[in-house]
Design a protein around this ligand. Structure first.
Ligand SMILES: NC(=O)c1ccc[n+]([C@@H]2O[C@H](COP(=O)([O-])OP(=O)(O)OC[C@H]3O[C@@H](n4cnc5c(N)ncnc54)[C@H](O)[C@@H]3O)[C@@H](O)[C@H]2O)c1
Length: 354
């Protein structure tokens, strides 16, 4: 079993290191001036006399109104330009920390300690934030990577099976997008995940590194990582965020695999089986899916930032492994097919009849 691994990520705003191990946050705390922490985890962070800014990890907090509150709290806590921020939490804390640290006094450097598997395996590298506006998921955002990422896998021990499955959904997505070898590399490490999470984390982060280094600002190859997200984001909105982002992505991958223009291969079949196995661990999934609001789904799906005014842009599996972006003219028929396919997947997962 590994004890500590390190990766370096190249970035136009400065390279940064990812340290992965079972240790604590002691070193990161020692070099911080202020801590932003998921309010549910505030007790786990020994910040001493340092100012601590608790953040509720909810979709309502990762909004412009939430950022404003946080920036005011940073100011009241005496945070100055040149102070170093340590953010501890999952994807919500990461999103608000990325955004707030970029704009507060025109920019602070920061360290991120991810505490969910989703944030450890996926979102911690790449430097993006995604902020909700007007009830629409992730409509605005920026790039402002942390200077360092410290992954203390001890945080995994307090996550429930649903949260682990949500993280694994993003992990398998990244691996599948990179091609057949990376996908099978993930599956072979997944079987030992409980005993050796670092092995899987290193594989997935190293795989994601290729995307974020070759296309840092999401203009070409990195867009492939939106696989499952066009459906997934719309689904999150359509069930009023009653399922986690990762679970929605797993459902979204099933919708994408099912689309008539998706390649049907042994890998897509294996991915479908794996997503269903992960989703079987997500508590209350059928109840949440039964609340599916088709009008909200349509509104959110159509407003996805990848689409143009006359084309839906979907990331779908391709022959030979991996995924590609496909443009589909926006017609009533195209929309009817997307909605019918989605309903059929939801029904297969225990949601209401299509
Ligand atoms: N910026 C990006 O690149 C990016 C990428 C993917 C997802 N996201 C965003 O991330 C968000 C989802 O983040 P998430 O799935 O990491 O979860 P989260 O931050 O929403 O937290 C979910 C719950 O888990 C709790 N929690 C966090 N760590 C815990 C731990 N170690 N033990 C027990 N409970 C813990 C939180 O308090 C919260 O109740 C979404 O808003 C999504 O849009 C951002």
């Amino acid at each position: 079993m590994r004890t500590r691994s390190e990766l370096r990520i190249r970035s136009s705003s400065g390279d940064y290191a990812v340290v992965i191990g079972r240790g604590s946050l002691e070193d990161a705390l020692a070099s911080a001036d202020v801590v932003m922490v998921d309010a549910n985890l505030a007790d786990t962070v020994a910040a001493g006399a340092m100012p601590v800014l608790p953040v509720k990890a909810t979709e309502d907090e990762k909004t412009l109104a939430g950022i404003e509150k946080l920036v005011v709290a940073m100011n009241r806590a005496g945070v100055r330009r040149g102070h170093r921020l340590l953010a501890v939490g999952g994807g919500v804390v990461q999103d608000v920390a990325t955004f707030a640290s970029a704009v507060y006094m025109r920019g602070l450097t920061w360290t991120f300690a991810p505490t969910t598997l989703m944030a450890m395996a996926d979102s911690c590298i790449g430097g993006k934030s995604s902020i909700n506006v007007g009830g629409l998921k992730n409509l605005v955002g920026n790039f402002h990577p942390p200077r360092q990422i410290v992954i203390a896998t001890t945080f995994l021990t307090t996550l429930d099976a649903s949260a682990i499955s949500a993280g694994l959904a993003e992990a398998v997505k990244i691996s599948f997008c990179r091609g057949s070898d990376a996908f099978h590399g993930y599956l072979s490490r997944w079987v030992n995940f409980a005993e050796d999470p670092e092995e899987l984390l290193v594989h997935v982060l190293d795989t994601k590194r290729w995307f974020v280094e070759i296309d840092e600002h999401d203009e070409k190859e990195r867009r492939q990582l939106n696989f499952g997200h066009t459906f997934g984001h719309a689904l999150e909105t359509a069930v009023r965020n009653r399922i986690s982002h990762g679970a929605a992505v797993a459902v979204g991958m099933l919708c994408a695999i099912d689309h008539p223009l998706a390649a049907k291969t042994s890998d897509t079949q294996a991915l479908g089986t794996h997503c269903r196995a992960l989703l079987s661990q997500v508590t209350a999934l059928p109840q949440a899916l039964s609340d599916f609001d088709a009008a909200e789904f349509e509104r959110a799906f159509r407003s996805d930032k990848k689409h143009t005014h006359d084309q839906f842009r979907l990331i779908l599996p391709q022959d030979g492994g991996g995924v590609r972006e496909i443009a589909i003219p926006v017609t009533d028929q195209a929309w009817t097919d997307i909605l019918a396919g989605t309903r059929s997947v939801l029904f297969s997962l225990g949601g209401d009849a299509p």
